[in-house]
Design a protein around this ligand. Structure first.
Ligand code: KIV
Length: 618
């Protein structure tokens, strides 16, 4: 217990916050294993946090309690299978991340494809120059392997931002050196050193370096390579647990050891990047912060490669809830009231729904089903709630008592949407309102789930290239199912096709293929009833893969990845809902190429009409 008497010391001129003592006392001291988690720790007595976000300097943070949040939803998150995002969707998410107040947005891996480079550039130009009312503008970062071509591509994409950053990485574990890189440790050190200094030589003053698979790398080798890249000009050192194998106690120790043993470490910011293969990513990240890391890499909803990454909302809310008591007063610059909207947007655009029991943003995170809990909640909310829903941008369920039906007006709809966490602009509100009215004609009361299905169908849709006109099917036991489908193209021209199929949905999809004239593979199809009852709305989700032309390079493996595109649709008729989902996925696929195509054509002063549309016959 004596260890508790140690007060953490820090210097005000660097971010060299000496955490070894408190860290060891809480987690590693044999005598400290049974410490009660209470707010009588000495940490409470130390307060030096500035109320405002400290000024941005790449390699140092003036306030030792401030933790930078580095969001990699658009890079590591987009590596999740099926999570392909169009440029417009990436831009929307980047804008939302800026609203959230993240410090750094890793906007993509520009060398992976021309599309990615253009998307990162667009984000750098717009979001990377948009200074908010508090004077904050996020750093825009691009990932690059340790080679000149990747670093050139990353710099070409991010250099338009006010605060551009290049993040370069090379593997350091023996497993990776032997089987992936086939290089010696000396060779890897030399490449890392040269490439960090190459990035700096381009004019980039903010260079992050990651030793990939640091979690399985030999520590002495890590200290050595990290020391060398600091000398070469790295400003942030990111420590990835690439395969998500470490436990919080080990990851915290790794950060503490790097902090104690790497020459020159006091001149850079230490960062964490934790994968979630054992479900430890958020805990590891918090342990990293506790041990002295002052940049945390996270994704919205925890999406990412394989089992995902540390989740932004879990890490940020942990620091917000427990930072004062247990984490020496650590704080972030995140405006947590924008969390729900960010979560919904990412779930919709990536097609990766949030599990109901997900911490912070799951549908059940604030639901209190059992009688005992409900009784406690009625007596006092703090009995079972450690976070108030309002803190993350959610109003307590239907506190206004509004029941939406066919007589409800735009204002009532808007209020309910705000309660559900959706702040829509006028145009989106209009679109949802008209769909809402159409459904309300057939259904007496619309539940929250109905409303969310409509939002998904109207707001989080890709740019419209094809829209659904009419759908007519015949099906049953007497013969082959037949479908006639009318689609409307971007110029308003109508295209009609008929087809037979094994069922009405198959027939309708074949008719669409005839109109759109693309070779598409349907990988996944699922349908859910949004609510109970015979008048329930159906929500459909599909995943398609175009036959060719949609590839990118995977950042870590270097393999060619064939992109897949997701789409959703909703409607009271299950075939119409299915057709909407398929057309939504097609639009996403066509729109994905459109941004890059129109960039090239505007660069060449040629027509902006995407080639996909001009090929369609009416
Ligand atoms: O998981 C990983 O190692 C990475 C690095 C590029 C940071 O994503």
């Amino acid at each position: 217990m004596a260890a508790l008497g140690v007060i953490p010391s820090f210097s005000t001129t660097t971010n060299n916050f000496n955490l070894t003592s408190p860290y060891h006392s809480l987690f590693f001291s044999k005598s400290a294993v049974h410490l009660p988690l209470q707010s009588t720790t000495p940490f409470n007595t130390i307060k030096c946090s500035l109320s405002r976000r400290p000024e941005y300097t790449p390699n140092r943070i003036p306030d030792p309690y401030y933790v930078r949040i580095f969001d990699t939803t658009l890079r590591d998150g987009e590596q999740s299978p099926g999570a392909t995002l169009t440029s417009k969707e990436k831009l929307d998410i980047a804008r939302q991340l800026a609203k959230l107040g993240v410090d750094i947005i890793e906007a993509g891996f520009p060398a992976s494809s021309k599309d990615d480079l253009e998307a990162v550039k667009m984000i750098a130009k717009e979001v990377g120059n948009n200074i908010d009312e508090d004077g904050h503008v996020p750093v825009i970062c691009g990932l690059a392997r340790c080679n000149r071509a990747d670093i050139d591509a990353a710099w070409e994409a991010v250099k338009y931002a006010k605060r551009p950053r290049i993040h370069t990485f090379i593997a350091t574990s023996d497993i990776h050196l032997k089987h992936k890189l086939r290089k010696s440790r000396e060779e890897v050190i030399q490449i890392a050193r040269e490439m960090v200094s190459y990035a700096r030589s381009l004019g980039c003053e903010d260079v992050e370096f990651s030793p990939e698979d640091a979690g399985r790398s030999e520590k002495e080798f890590l200290y050595q390579i990290l020391g060398e890249v600091i000398k070469a000009g790295a400003t942030t050192l990111n420590i990835p647990d690439t395969v998500g194998i470490l436990l919080p106690v080990e990851f915290g120790q790794l950060i503490a050891d790097i902090k104690s043993n790497t020459p020159g470490i006091e001149n850079v910011v230490i960062s964490t990047h934790c994968q979630n293969d054992l479900g430890q990513a958020s805990s590891n990240t918090v342990a990293g912060a506790y041990a002295g890391a002052r940049q945390l890499e996270v994704t919205v909803n925890g999406i990412g490669e394989r089992a995902g990454n540390a989740s932004l909302e879990e890490v940020v809310m942990t620091i917000k809830c427990r930072g004062k008591e247990l984490l020496e007063g650590l704080y972030t610059g995140i405006n947590t009231r924008h969390i729900v909207m960010a979560s919904k947007m990412v779930a919709e655009y990536t097609g990766l729904p949030v599990q109901p029991h997900k911490a912070i943003v799951g549908a059940n995170a604030f639901a209190h089903e059992s009688g005992i809990h409900q009784d406690g909640m009625l007596k006092h909310k703090s009995t079972y709630e450690i976070i108030s829903p309002e803190d993350i941008g959610l109003q307590r369920s239907n506190e206004s008592g509004i029941v939406l039906g066919k007589l409800s007006g735009r204002h009532a709809l808007k209020s309910r949407l705000l309660e559900l966490g959706y702040a829509l602009d006028d145009k989106n509100l209009d679109d949802v309102f008209w769909r809402f009215k159409a459904v309300a004609e057939k259904k007496k009361h619309l539940s929250d789930n109905d409303i969310e299905a409509l939002i998904s169908d109207e707001v989080f849709q890709p740019k419209i290239i094809w829209s659904v006109g009419d759908v007519q099917v015949t099906c049953g036991t007497l013969g082959l199912s037949t479908a006639s489908v009318k689609l409307i193209d971007a110029d308003g021209a109508e295209h009609v096709a008929c087809s037979i199929g094994t069922g009405p949905v198959d027939a309708a999809y074949k008719a669409i293929d005839i109109i759109v004239q693309r070779h598409i593979e349907l990988l996944e199809y699922s349908m859910n009833s949004v609510t109970e009852g015979i008048d329930a709305m159906a929500s459909t989700r599909v995943l398609i893969r175009p036959e060719n032309g949609y590839t990118s390079t995977h950042a870590l493996t270097g393999e060619t990845v064939h992109r897949t595109f997701g789409g959703t649709g909703a409607g009271m008729d299950i075939v119409v809902s299915s057709v909407r989902a398929y057309v939504s996925a097609l639009n996403k696929m066509l729109g994905f190429k459109e941004a890059a195509a129109s960039k090239v054509s505007s660069d060449n002063s040629a027509s902006k009409v995407p080639s996909e549309i001009s090929q369609v016959s009416s």
